[in-house]
Design a protein. Sequence first.
Length: 103
Amino acid sequence: MNNIYLYILVMAGVTYLIRVLPLTLIKKQIQSVYIRSFLYYVPYVTLSVMTFPAILTATGSMISAAGALAAAVFLAYRGKSLFQVSLTACAAVFLLELLPLPF
């Protein structure tokens, strides 16, 4: 049972080093356009990677999840508000779950 504290300590150390090393090693502003654009999109990609699987597994069937995702992407692309997008996605799941689908 004492090994769990060692695991937690090592995990905390690794997490701390990952966050502190760039701050201590890079003193000047990054001039490379490629690195700057990569760092700009990292939060969006991370959020997408964490959210996408949850969207597809949050409902009773994959069809209702895909329908809600399609409706949400369409409305978001059209520039609708977050409230309208989420409300439409919820309504799409509700309506698609009511349909007697074979799978």
